[in-house]
Design a protein around this ligand. Structure first.
Ligand SMILES: [Zn+2]
Length: 375
């Protein structure tokens, strides 16, 4: 017994020496190749809140978090939406979604909000990503670039107006429908070159109704719909670039209810088709909310690219009740590339070179949010 113990101790001792040796070598190697920046990041104090593990990912109870940080919260069980309020900051969360809307700007919380044993739980990272910034009142900026990876594989490019509908007409006669079609063609071409399946609602000068355009997008099962337009204003001084998404001022639930009555959700399992109209409407409501968030992210990314690449005056990312956006069930934006009513912008918009630059900026904006992780 004693001998066995001594042998075991010796083995243990040898193993310890070996372990020490290996770790010193590894440290040396990492110092040489990585550099000796071994200062540990500041530790975030553990919360006195119970953690739940779902698929090895730590979660906290949302009510516990709110109680601990004294944040008012409200759960809309119908829309499955949670609003958290403190001072003048507001965070909105949607069940099963990994996107939070922080003061109107989307933020990736990395894992979705879930129900766990009857509790609403948020990923532990939520504390760092939202609460710490929320609590210290530093509002995170939405990153339209890679932070929110969203797989865009198929895009519908819509050239506004066409045929007997010329759209806006510039002071020297430039027709919006021609500008839109040329930019849309260039954009579709650029996206195709980057491996995105891009199709157009019209590739020639013909009239298509707004209903048809939305229907093309809905039938396509594409990931994203983009409508290209040129602006016009009574004042010849107004110029700039802007991107619209469907406003949240419209009643999503009544829109969802109409959709539920008319459209099939392509969601498995098949038994879903037997579920109630209310449940379908609720699901459509969630899809619409999610689509809007994605639309905002892409819209921001497009504006960033247009500003960075071309130094354009950005009028902003705005919500509006445009029919073509309202009727589209996938993430959708409408880009107003410039004002044909503004003398120099009209002149620029006549140039193929300028239209190519616009198409490139829009394509870059779309590609910047293209990722392999779904929401
Ligand atoms: Zn237009």
């Amino acid at each position: 017994m004693l001998l066995k113990e001594a042998v075991n101790k010796k083995i243990e001792y040898k193993a310890q020496i070996l372990g020490l040796l290996v770790s010193s070598v590894l440290c040396l190697v990492s110092c040489v190749f990585v550099g000796c920046a071994t200062i540990a990041p500041p530790r975030v104090a553990e919360l006195p809140i119970q953690k739940f593990y779902i698929n090895n990912i730590p979660y906290y109870s949302l009510t516990e978090i709110c109680r601990h940080f004294k944040i008012d919260w409200d759960y809309d069980s119908f829309a499955r939406q949670i609003s958290m309020k403190k001072a003048d900051s507001e965070v909105k969360l949607l069940m099963d979604s990994s996107v939070a809307l922080v003061n109107g700007s989307p933020l990736d919380i990395q894992q979705p909000l879930r129900m766990h044993n009857g509790l609403t739980v948020v990923p532990a990272k939520f504390r760092e990503l939202v609460i710490d910034r929320f609590y210290s009142r530093i509002i995170p900026q939405a990153s339209g670039e890679s932070a929110l990876g969203y797989a865009i594989r198929k895009v519908i490019v819509d050239a506004g107006h066409g045929g007997h509908d010329p759209g806006a007409i510039g002071r020297t006669g430039l027709r919006e429908k021609d500008v839109n079609l040329d930019i849309a063609r260039r954009l579709a071409h650029l996206l195709e070159a980057k491996g995105i399946d891009a199709s157009m609602t019209r590739s020639v000068d013909k009239f298509i109704s707004l209903e048809e355009r939305a229907e093309i997008a809905n039938r396509s099962k594409a990931d994203f719909f983009i409508s290209i337009h040129s602006n016009s204003a009574r004042s010849a001084r107004l110029n700039g670039f802007e991107v619209y998404y469907i406003t949240d001022k419209i009643n999503d639930y009544s829109r969802a209810l109409t959709t539920a009555q008319n459209a099939d959700l392509h969601i498995e399992p098949a038994s879903f088709y037997n579920t109630s109209l209310n449940l379908k409407a609720t699901l459509w409501d969630i899809i619409y909310t999610q689509s809007r968030l994605r639309s905002i992210i892409i819209a921001q990314s497009i504006c960033q690219a247009a500003s960075r690449n071309m130094g354009l005056r950005i009028l902003g990312v705005k919500g509006a009740p445009f029919y073509v956006l309202k009727g589209t069930r996938i993430p959708a934006v409408l880009v107003e590339v410039g004002f044909v009513s503004h003398p120099s912008e009209e002149r620029y918009l006549r140039s193929g070179f300028y239209r190519q630059q616009l198409a490139e900026a829009i394509a870059e904006g779309i590609l910047n949010v293209k990722g392999n992780r779904s929401f």
